[in-house]
Design a protein around this ligand. Structure first.
Ligand SMILES: Nc1ncnc2c1ncn2[C@@H]1O[C@H](COP(=O)(O)OP(=O)(O)OP(=O)(O)O)[C@@H](O)[C@H]1O
Ligand code: NI
Length: 272
């Protein structure tokens, strides 16, 4: 469904106010997300996961330098195509809650997402109501403005918006942050259900444990690079099926895996 080839990204920074330099944030990333599967992208804070999501969706700042290519359904995904497919074939559950319109009620935001995806007014309203109910947003939450929602509720509104878009590729950027365990399983189950319907789901998270609860494949990122792409089943035992020491250390550092953690990465992976 989505193929990423040698994707690199540099963004400008200003060491002096008159001088512009570029820093590399994504370095030659390559991997594929297949239809009907959940592909987790795991890495520590600052690894470049959200930038990767924004690069795929065409939401980078204007002065970004992007190279390499993305293919969606075998066709090159260039910037005009990203714009055309965004909110329709490509849906993003953004990490930042500020993606919600501060002046619109939840119901309206989800309704708008359904309209944008091409549904006529009445089916859009119906789809929005169903999605809001699916994510347990009650009448009060539906009528609330973003500042009246808890973080967990706002995240569920964003998830409902991606849900009604009926996209074939859903990128969920840290969709479970701030959710209690019950809500978290609900969102993860919903993403797994989307994959079962044949959609491609990219789950971005810093939490390998959450990723492994639904992922078929896992790409581990570190400092803008793809350290490893492996089947979720490779994360077992002592991690002997994993190729990179970093992925193995992330796996071994999980609380349930009481192994001798590779000291080189132990400190880092604890915070990943
Ligand atoms: N618009 C921007 N301009 C310049 N640098 C940026 C911009 N957005 C992100 N960065 C930098 O790029 C790096 C990667 O950021 P990114 O948000 O992709 O990390 P992340 O893996 O999503 O982290 P987190 O888990 O904390 O969300 C960081 O060092 C960040 O400071
Ligand atoms: Ni992020």
């Amino acid at each position: 469904m989505l193929r990423i080839e040698q994707l690199s990204l540099a963004l400008p920074y200003y060491p002096r106010f008159w001088r512009r330099r570029f820093a590399t944030h994504l370095d030659q990333l390559s991997f594929s997300v297949t239809a009907g599967s959940v592909h987790a992208v795991v890495g520590a804070s600052g690894a470049g996961k959200s930038l990767l999501a924004h690069a795929i969706m065409g939401l980078l700042p204007k002065d970004a330098q992007l190279s390499g290519s993305c293919f969606f359904k075998q066709t090159l995904l260039d910037e005009p195509r990203k714009r055309a497919l965004r909110g329709r074939e490509l849906a993003l559950i953004p990490q930042s809650l500020s993606a919600l319109d501060p002046l619109a009620r939840s119901q309206h935001q989800v309704n708008w997402a359904a309209r944008r995806a091409g549904l006529p007014p009445s089916p859009a309203r119906q789809a929005a109501s169903q999605a809001l109910a699916h994510y347990q947003l009650d009448e009060r939450a539906r009528r609330a403005y973003p500042h009246e929602l808890s973080g967990g509720m706002a995240r569920r509104v964003l998830t409902a918006m991606a849900h009604v878009a009926q996209a074939s590729l859903v990128i969920a950027d840290e969709p479970t942050i701030g959710l209690d365990p019950a809500q978290r399983s609900r969102v993860l189950d919903a993403l797994a259900a989307l994959a079962l319907q044949g959609k491609a789901v990219m789950l971005i998270t810093h939490d390998l444990r959450h990723a492994l609860s639904i992922a078929d494949r896992v790409t581990v990122m570190r400092e803008g690079r793809c350290v490893e792409s492996a089947d979720a089943s490779a994360f077992q035992g002592t991690g002997q099926m994993l190729e990179s020491a970093y992925a193995r250390a992330l796996w071994q550092a999980l609380p349930d895996n009481a192994f001798n953690v590779d000291t080189e990465y132990a400190e880092e992976s604890r915070f990943a």
